[in-house]
Design a protein around this ligand. Sequence first.
Ligand code: NAP
Length: 261
Amino acid sequence: MTALAGKNALVVGVLNRYSLAWAIARALHEQGARLFITYQGERVRESVQKLAGTIDGTITAPLDVTRDEEIDQVAALAREQMGGLDILIHAVAFAPAETLSRAFIETPRDAFRATLDISAYSLVALARAVAPLMEERGGSIVTLTYLGGERVVPNYNVMGVAKAALEACVRYLAFDLGPRNIRVNAISSGPVSTAAARGIAGFLKMEHLVAQSSPLRRKTDPAEVGATAAFLCSDAARGITGEVLHVDCGYNIMGTGTLAP
Ligand code: NAP
């Protein structure tokens, strides 16, 4: 199928082959999209470029989302080398390690600020930079969130607060960009064992419990997140914006502490 044939996609947040951004990049490519994949900096340049090189025609560039000048450079490159963008995938999050293992009430001001900046504000900054590149063609912006933004998930802490802000940003951006035919949505993924997730204290135990008690009785497969992102970026989803779509084997509908018999 080629639901995204002729579309250009900027994918922010690929670290390695386990990254949800990589699963999404592959799904977009399978549907015919051309990719522009960014990496955070020199530390991961070689490995991300090697991975990106496995998909023909993929462009790469550095992007630290805290740096406005790098956001502008990436937007300029997308205009120069692709002639515009149709899709932005935002799959970036960061919280200082110590905030993900001790009580939320202990979160220092600078850690709170950095987490919200990287994990939520970056969507606003990126949307502002890419919207002019989507002008006339319309576009789709997809970010990744987690249930910890809606409910308390022990140890998710300040990242949960950032996800709540991110989900509110999705709604306000959807309202701002709707008249330009740019849609903004979030996928709330179930736990997937990635580098970012493994930084949360007790993650593996939680992933196991969630799999046991989900309606589908299994873990979330990153390919399912990829397929949903491809759907949200396709014409089939043209009426959907400002939405948070759960791709979590149904876990979010369960009462707390529920374990399947
Ligand atoms: P991941 O592979 O570790 O990806 C996180 C990405 O964020 C990395 O590429 C990381 O780059 C990047 N990043 C952090 N700070 C950045 C910055 N200043 N500038 C640019 N990039 C930066 O983990 P992931 O689980 O796939 O995470 C992707 C998204 O999915 C995140 O928003 C996460 O919260 C969300 N999510 C994950 C799960 C899960 O269970 N895995 C569930 C729901 C939602 P570096 O590592 O190079 O810094």
